[in-house]
Design a protein around this ligand. Sequence first.
Ligand SMILES: *[C@@H]1O[C@H](CO)[C@@H](O)[C@H](O)[C@H]1NC(C)=O
Ligand SMILES: *[C@@H]1O[C@H](CO)[C@@H](O)[C@H](O)[C@H]1NC(C)=O
Ligand SMILES: *[C@@H]1O[C@H](CO)[C@@H](O)[C@H](O)[C@H]1NC(C)=O
Ligand SMILES: *[C@@H]1O[C@H](CO)[C@@H](O)[C@H](O)[C@H]1NC(C)=O
Length: 465
Amino acid sequence: MQLILSLTTLATCAIAGSVLPRDSNTAVEDLAATRGSPKHWASGFIYGIPDNEDQVAQHWYEDIGFRWGRTGGAQYGAPKRGWNWGRTEYQGRLQSTLSNYRSMRKVGAECIIYPHDIWGTDSLNSSSYWPGDNGNWQPYEAFVKALMEDLASNNALEGLVWDIWNEPDIEVFWKRDTQRWIDLYIRTHKILRADSRFANVPITGPSLAWRPMSSNKWWTSWLQAIADAGTVPDQYSYHLEGDLNAQDNDPQYTNQSLGALLRQHGLPERQVSINEYAAFNEMIPSGYAWWISRLERFDWIGLLGNWQGGTTLHDLFANLLTKSRNPRDYGASDYAAAPGYHVYRYYARNMTGVRVGTTGSEDGRFDAYATLGEDRVRVLAGPKVRSGQWKVQVEGLAAAGYADASGSVDVESWEFQGSNAFAVTGPPAYKGVKTYQYSSGSVIIPVSQTNNYTAHAFEIAVKKG
Ligand SMILES: *[C@@H]1O[C@H](CO)[C@@H](O)[C@H](O)[C@H]1NC(C)=O
Ligand SMILES: *[C@@H]1O[C@H](CO)[C@@H](O)[C@H](O)[C@H]1NC(C)=O
Ligand SMILES: *[C@@H]1O[C@H](CO)[C@@H](O)[C@H](O)[C@H]1NC(C)=O
Ligand SMILES: *[C@@H]1O[C@H](CO)[C@@H](O)[C@H](O)[C@H]1NC(C)=O
């Protein structure tokens, strides 16, 4: 960790370029360091979409700028248990996948498929056939080819991403050893790349539950094997849903650790996809704001994890939505905003203009994302689910028309509320305007966090002329 901490410190100084002393509780937004138009990288979630395509009105998808979904018919019982139970049961999961695919494409989102769910691992045990048992790959390869045919014949290749196998390092999804999964990975990659219809369908992997670290043999063996076989995915995917306080459960850590592993194995950099992020206790405004800020800094694809089961798994946008009646009352269509909805809506819809350079607080617990629009500077900030005192330092105010090096600046603020992911939640509460003195083009906004769930929006009007 020592190396990583000192690199972080260097990065802070380099990006900020300021002479002001800074403590470990300050996140920095540099308006002079623009980073292109907003892409809302973090606006994704796994499952969460009903098979009934009109059940959730389209505006709910659009409000949050939905960009990525992931689906495969998990947890349906008979007659939809997946390929292992025969063609009819496969059809049930395929049809669910295709329905979700259409719902995603309607709003321009990409669809990452979970073939292991279409296969049906959630209804299998260690005595079941697993791909490659007794050296027999035929049933698995027949499945891959049938799924490819069905996706192609249903016009479901555009905006599709093939995720070879989900979380083989978690016993429930894979009951064979590491090498068997690596063999499956390489075989599947080659089958996909041998079919020109799939040339533009990105392959994502390894989708491991655990983080890239030199001590993780799933990662190191896989990296060595794909380097040897020349089967590098188009995206490196993995999950960040670990312990709230785990130092490695953080993009700032894994960007370094994966980078080091890639160099060691002579592998190229690729788009990173955190195709499951945030534990359930982080699904409150503070946690969302922290994850959004982190994912935006690294330009990583992000999809919220989904901690619901059964039919609720296929509803509620992974807890960004709720229902004004009992949320477990599946089938009801009276959707309402859960705490996260307002955060993602502000992020996707209000935060317009260009993104600016940001640095999270050195203590690793507070982060902020910011945009510079024609009209306003907008900052979304939050701690990683805790209370305490932090600061947002906005630098480079000249870029927002504050031509004098020092003076005063008005900052308006809002608080995103909600401590319960199932509670119907109102829009952010307006907290008024405060006037701060700035110097060297830099203003410090104190953030006093008395609970562990609130996130904050700060806005500064751009001065014209
Ligand atoms: C294990 O799964 C198979 C299907 O692959 C099923 O036929 C069998 O009953 C299951 N065994 C147990 C003990 O649940
Ligand atoms: C992430 O790591 C790569 C090296 O793998 C490095 O080039 C890049 O600057 C890092 N990104 C950030 C935002 O630190
Ligand atoms: C976000 O934009 C909407 C629509 O313009 C506006 O009504 C709302 O007040 C904005 N929210 C904040 C927190 O500024
Ligand atoms: C957040 O605070 C609530 C009480 O408001 C507490 O029950 C919960 O455990 C806290 N969460 C964390 C991660 O500290």
